[in-house]
Each structure stands twice: as structure tokens, then as C-alpha cells.
Design a protein. Structure first.
Lengths: 208, 41
């Protein structure tokens, strides 16, 4: 049974069996079909109050100003890809989890037959990054050239907000110093040449 | 194999095919409009 919401009992109130279940029992961690139902039932949440959403399998704790999610499972999502159409037969794997304001995501994207590659890829993030006005290094990536059987190591940077996106950089050298430069349609290899090439990354950042 | 396609008319991901291969998640969140997507039959 889902909770009825939140009730403050006053002296002299009659405490019924239904109230015992829907307020006293379910009030410990109120469970709702989704966050919309929660917001309708709990119009004035108190700081520290917990709830659970069945729709996204997430606990939420009220910080005093907002419900902050704590996912109990990784969530699949379909990122918006810019400068890349994967091509026929390609696959994608994208999952993320929120632990309060911390967002962790894993992405694995393959090239199919005849992909369309326009330049540096943008992969929209599942949750916008906090302070999206500046770019932040949020992880490392591996870019695999299936034709040459070579894997290239790179860096992942967040860019912008609404939505925030991830972009990749390749590692080069300047003398004895490692450098970064933007991934392109032909760097670190020509992406459209061989089906089965892929890139993957794991990132962690502060969400909004 | 599990394929997800958003059909919301004004979504930036409308009609884009996302093939999750062998991962087969029970559902996916659209990265464009946040709609809950179910795998295509």
C-alpha cells in the first residue's frame, strides 16, 4: 500500500487502523508510483524525510529545498549523439546512477556499417552538470580502431548545460609532455572506415 | 537484443534507433525528453 502522505497528529486525534498503516507505517519511507504522485501527496515535505519512487527505483531524501535521488539500480538512457550517426547494425550501451548529487555513467558506442561522422562527437549527459558554464574533466575514454586493432586512450570533458554533453580528446605529445586535442572524424583514426570500431568511457561528476 | 525508439513529436531523439544489444534493460530513459521508453517488440 502506498503511503497517504504526511500527517502531524494532534492531541485528541483518533488514530485509526487505516491511519496506522498509511501514515504511521508507510510514513517511515513513503512509497509512491512516481515522483508526481509523491509531490501531490506530500505538498510540504520536511527536511530529512525519505520517499521511494517505484517508477525509477529510487530513494529520495528531502534536503530542505529539493528531493535528492539515491538510485538503487543503474538506469539505461538514450543519449543524444551529435556529429555521429552510428550506421547499420551498431549497438549502444549507456547506463547511469545518481547518488545524491553525484552522477556516475558508463557509455559504450559502436560504429556500424557506413556510419555518418561529422566531427567531434557530443554525447548528451543523463543529468546536467553543475556549473555547466565551465568545462570539466570528468573521466577517461578508450577509442578502438577495429581495422588497425589499436586502442587509443583519451580524456572526457563536459561542456555546457541544457543539455550538458560529453566530448572526447585524444592524447598527443609536445616534446616530453602529454597533450590533449579534440577527437575528430579522422582523429585518433578515421571513424567511418571500419564497422566495429567503438569508444567507451566511465565518467563521474556533480549533477545539478 | 533490445531496441528503444522515442516517438514524442518534438523530442530531439524522435525516431532514432538505440540498439542496446545484449544488455537488454527493462526500460530506458530518453536522453532527449526524459520519457520512459519500453523495448520495441
Amino acid at each position: 500500500m502506498a503511503g497517504a502522505g504526511y500527517k502531524t497528529f494532534l492531541t485528541g486525534d483518533v488514530f485509526t487502523d487505516v491511519e496506522a498503516q498509511t501514515y504511521f507505517m508507510d510514513q517511515v519511507v513513503t512509497t509512491f508510483a512516481d515522483t508526481t504522485a509523491r509531490d501531490a501527496a506530500i505538498t510540504s515535505p520536511t527536511e530529512g524525510q525519505f520517499s521511494y519512487s517505484l517508477a525509477d527505483n529510487s530513494f529520495y531524501v528531502y534536503s530542505g529545498t529539493a528531493w535528492i535521488p539515491y538510485d538503487i539500480a543503474w538506469i539505461a538512457w538514450t543519449p543524444t549523439l551529435t556529429n555521429l550517426t552510428q550506421g547499420t547494425g551498431a549497438t549502444l550501451s549507456a547506463f547511469y546512477s545518481r547518488i545524491g548529487k553525484t552522477v556516475v555513467a558508463q557509455v559504450y558506442i559502436t560504429m556500424g556499417t557506413s556510419p555518418t561522422v561529422g566531427g567531434q562527437f557530443s554525447i548528451s549527459l543523463p543529468v546536467d552538470i553543475a556549473n555547466g558554464n565551465r568545462s570539466v574533466s570528468i573521466g577517461t575514454c578508450v577509442m578502438r580502431d577495429a581495422g588497425a586493432s589499436l586502442s587509443y586512450l583519451g580524456s572526457v570533458t563536459s561542456v555546457g548545460s541544457g543539455p550538458s554533453v560529453a566530448r572526447m580528446q585524444t592524447i598527443g605529445t609536445s616534446g616530453a609532455t602529454a597533450t590533449l586535442s579534440s577527437q575528430t572524424a579522422s582523429s585518433p583514426f578515421t571513424w567511418a572506415t571500419t564497422a566495429g570500431s567503438y569508444f567507451q568511457f566511465t565518467i563521474m561528476y556533480q549533477g545539478v | 537484443m533490445s531496441v528503444f525508439i522515442c516517438s514524442i513529436s518534438d523530442c530531439v531523439n524522435k525516431d532514432v534507433v538505440y540498439n542496446f544489444g545484449d544488455d537488454s534493460p527493462a526500460f530506458a530513459e530518453c536522453g532527449g525528453c526524459k520519457t520512459k521508453l519500453w523495448p520495441q517488440a
